[in-house]
Design a binder for this molecule. Sequence first.
Ligand code: ADP
Length: 192
Amino acid sequence: MLNLIIFGPPGAGKGTQSEKIIAQYQLEHISTGDLLRAERNAGTTLGIRANEYIIKGELVPDEVVIGMVRNFMLSKSSAQGFIFDGFPRTIPQAEALDLMLLEFNTSIATVLGLQVGEDELVKRLMLRGYTSGRIDDQDENTIRNRFREYQNKTLPLQVFYTGQGKYQGVEGIGEIEEIFTNLTACIDKVKL
Ligand code: ADP
């Protein structure tokens, strides 16, 4: 299996680059943001509970997200690999992921960190708010709160994965194709 994490702040381009990576390496996409929005749209208890956090720009509790990822992975047990997009977002989520992958007799090959400055991120998110209709992309306070959550709870993962020797940073500003080429170089370096 080839398991990757695409890492970076809200608006860094994780979803866009994930789609291209999936097409090239035949991976299953696990976007916890997409899964949570699907739950909300289906009106499940989990989705309704999660939405209370999402609209405030807060992280959804770890146990909710971890359970959802576990179920998704179990439902795709014949996958050639996974790309984790928007997960893990906390140290406990990263530790849970390592254990889940161990159950599959596998591990994370590399963590691809998209690097984009905050001014560019705010611009992108506001623009996405107009086109995607996502409520959490339309309110500046919510966006700011998401950055705060990222700084406090998610950024420590960069140290966590650097410690495991798995973190690779990639410039996230520029042409989509050029960024993709740089990401594939990082993936090909760790691919068996
Ligand atoms: P973005 O990366 O632009 O913030 P996402 O679609 O990844 O967008 O996430 C949207 C929201 O969903 C987050 O602000 C958060 O509330 C919730 N969420 C997504 N993934 C996680 C996660 N792994 N842990 C906790 N909350 C999450």
